[in-house]
Every structure is written in C-alpha cells, then in structure tokens.
Write a protein that binds this ligand. Structure first.
Ligand SMILES: CC(C)(COP(=O)(O)OP(=O)(O)OC[C@H]1O[C@@H](n2cnc3c(N)ncnc32)[C@H](O)[C@@H]1OP(=O)(O)O)[C@@H](O)C(=O)NCCC(=O)NCCS
Length: 285
C-alpha cells in the first residue's frame, strides 16, 4: 500500500486516479509538459484512464502545496525502483520536483530489498535529466526507444556497489582483421582505437566516436577453425540504411528486415566467417 509522504513544502498523497484526474488533466493537456510524456489527454476520462493504468501495480504520489490544495503533479515508483515524475508547467523552477523526488527515493530505500533506483529519461528531456542528476542519479547506460534518440538510464544505489562493471567487450575471431575492420566501419561507423600487427592480427573497435564507448575486439584466427558466434547490434536509428550498406557489401542476409512483435525492427546478417549479427533498431526508422 502506498503511504503518504511529506517534505518541507509539499504533501505527497497516494494518487487516486478519479479524485486527482481533474487537477492533473491541466498538465496532461499542456503540450510543453507532455513533450516527453505523450499523448496529450483527449478529455478528463482519458486522464483518469492513464492514471489508472499508471497506478496499477506501481506507487504514485500526487504532489500538493497544501494538505487540501490541488494536485500540481506526481512522482511515481514503477515496480519498486523506477522513478517517474511530472509537474504542471506553472510550478516548474521552484525545486518542487527535486524535493518530492528526494522524498520518494528516501522512501524507496527504506523498503526491504530496494537497493537502487533508476530513471529512464529521453536524452532530449534536459529538465528531467537535470532533475535526475540533482537528486543524485548518475548515468549508467542508454536504451533504445521507439522515437528518435535514446533513453538515458540514470541510477543511484543505496550503498556503494562493490563490483561495478562498466562495460562488456565482445570478441570475434575473423580471417582477415583489416577487412573486418573495414566492414564494421562501413556498416556501423565503428572506429579502430587500437590496431596491433602489420597486417593486423588484433583490432579494438570503439562503437562510437567518443572516448570510453563500448568496444568490439577482432582477433585473427590465424588458420584455426572459427566457431561462429552471434552478436546483436542495437541501433538508435538508421536501420534501413545499415541494411542497404550490408546488401551493398555483398553480405548474406539470413533474415530480412522484419518488425518484431516486441517493438523492434530487425534483420540478421552473416559475416564471411559465419558470425551472425542481429541488427535491431526502432520501428519506423
Ligand atoms: C521534469 C520536471 C518535473 C522538472 O521540473 P523542474 O521545475 O525543472 O525541477 P525542480 O522542481 O526540481 O526545479 C528545479 C529548478 O528550480 C530552481 N529552484 C528554485 N528553488 C529551488 C529550491 N528550493 N530547490 C531546488 N531548486 C530550486 C532550480 O535552480 C532549478 O532551476 P533551473 O531549471 O532554472 O535550473 C518538469 O520539467 C516536468 O514536469 N516535465 C514534464 C514531465 C516529464 O517529461 N517527465 C519525465 C519522465 S522521465
């Protein structure tokens, strides 16, 4: 059961979809507030329905400036540790979201078994990213999303994490490291960060232009038989362009471009050594 919380300036009551919909409808019909929280509600009943869906199995608090004042927004805990928040436009810029989210995070960390909280924020949602950082969340990764761009995953642990893995490096054995480097650069714009040998016997490819990006290592098989592996490359965009480049490079396409029921558009290409690469991107790109 969701319990009431309070802060210096705010009252956080368990959100009741029917009672609170009229107040929150103000925010749900504001195009600025719903930029990253679409759709704009059609009518109050639509707002009731979406709030009902939100509170199903999740804890949500309506935020008020006075015990009997109108709802000016909400903070939610999805599945016990996923943060969600929204304030009406008129009360942005006062630190209310910081205060309310801090109370909810403190509450989450008082629950048995909750050792971390996280927020999934559209990379273009600068106010939400700033809020997440203000309440102590730091960037942990990125996830694909159905629209353009990516979702940034920000998180905070209750206690420092003793073993904190920041990356996992995949390694592929290939016949010709130089040729494979060229292929990965053509297909995905991977860039060689380290190349060893002439001709190369090892290359470490950064998957993006930035320092510290995820990596793929290529190692020369040097005549040994190669056991084919499978990898998935998750794209934020451009899937059809990558498919066209794979075709132009003469690669075998084991599975054509297909929109999957789990909301991703995918195809499978096969490298000359038999490695299968599933290329996955958002539907509609
Ligand atoms: C995300 C959202 C809740 C953030 O609201 P916000 O008003 O920017 O955040 P806060 O309430 O914490 O206010 C912080 C601002 O108030 C200022 N402030 C004033 N008094 C303050 C105080 N006592 N304490 C902290 N900050 C204070 C801060 O300096 C900051 O100003 P800045 O934005 O100019 O840097 C709001 O933009 C929103 O509802 N967005 C739409 C919903 C949405 O996209 N949700 C995303 C779900 S992932």
């Amino acid at each position: 059961m969701t319990v009431a919380l309070s802060t210096e300036r705010l009252w956080l009551d368990p959100l009741d979809p029917v009672r609170d919909a009229v107040d929150l409808h103000v925010a749900f019909t504001d195009p600025e507030v719903t930029t990253f929280k679409s759709p704009v509600s059609r009518d109050v009943q639509h707002s009731v329905d979406r709030l009902t869906e939100m509170v199903r199995n999740n804890d949500y608090w309506v935020v008020r400036e006075a015990p009997d004042g109108p709802g000016i927004g909400f903070v939610g805990l999805i599945g016990g540790n996923g943060l969600d928040w929204l304030l009406s436009r008129g009360v942005w810029g006062r630190g209310y979201a910081t205060e309310a989210a801090t109370a909810v995070i403190d509450h989450a960390f008082r629950q048995p078994g909750v050792d971390r909280v996280e927020a999934w924020v559209d990379g273009a949602n600068s106010r939400s990213l700033a809020l997440a950082r203000r309440v102590g969340l730091t960037e942990r990764g990125q996830m694909p999303q159905s629209g353009p761009g990516t979702r940034v995953v920000l998180g905070k642990s209750r206690e420092p994490v003793p073993t904190f893995v920041i990356n996992l490096v995949a390694e592929l054995e290939v016949d010709d490291v130089a040729a494979s480097m060229g292929l990965f650069e053509t297909l995905f714009q991977f860039r060689a960060a380290i190349v060893v040998g002439d001709p190369p016997t090892y290359a470490s490819l950064d998957i993006g232009p930035w320092s510290g990006s995820r990596r793929l290592d290529l190692v020369a098989a040097e005549g040994k038989p190669i056991t084919p592996s499978s990898l998935t490359v998750e794209l934020a965009n451009d899937l059809d362009a990558v498919h066209a480049r794979a075709m132009a490079a003469g690669l075998r396409i084991a599975e054509p471009v297909t929109d999957r029921p789990w909301g991703r558009r995918e195809f499978v290409l096969v490298l000359p050594e038999g490695h299968e690469i599933t290329v996955s991107g958002p539907i509609g790109t």
